[in-house]
Design a protein around this ligand. Structure first.
Ligand code: FES
Length: 136
């Protein structure tokens, strides 16, 4: 009788362990994602980005670049290539952004000019207030 009770307890323990190990991932899957992503707002000085120049920043944990386009003003773009995620480089002389991984080329609006990237670079909201450029 004692042995039977022990085996029942052991079986119950195994069943409970199996139930928890199955249900926990299931609950995590259906739980809403945590809203840890805070919207960031940063500012840089206008004088740090003269016409034709660019400044690299980190915006919402994303490498980004602020470019002062001649005659068109400032734009803030993600540096993360939309193909496979390499970081694009600003080529001032060619007025473009170049991805060194697979030769993807973007114009200064972030649009794809050539290469494998499937969509434009992500643009961030930008405004100019006095001597500051506000991103976000
Ligand atoms: S990762 Fe940029 S072109 Fe492939």
């Amino acid at each position: 009788m004692k042995r039977r009770a022990f085996l029942k307890s052991l079986l119950g323990l195994f069943g409970a362990t199996a139930l928890v190990s199955f249900s926990y991932p299931l609950l995590r899957f259906f739980a809403p994602p945590r809203s840890e992503a805070r919207v960031q707002r940063i500012s840089i000085l206008k004088k740090d980005v003269p016409v034709g120049e660019a400044k690299e920043i980190i915006f919402n944990n994303t490498p980004a670049i602020v470019i002062n386009r001649s005659g068109k003003g400032f734009i803030a773009l993600s540096k993360v290539c939309t193909h496979l995620g390499c970081l694009v480089e600003y080529e001032k002389g060619k007025s473009r952004l170049f991805c060194p991984c697979h030769a993807g080329i973007y114009d200064l609006e972030g649009n794809v000019v050539s290469g494998p990237p499937p969509k434009p670079l992500l643009k961030f909201p930008i405004s100019v207030e006095g001597e500051k450029i506000i991103i976000g």
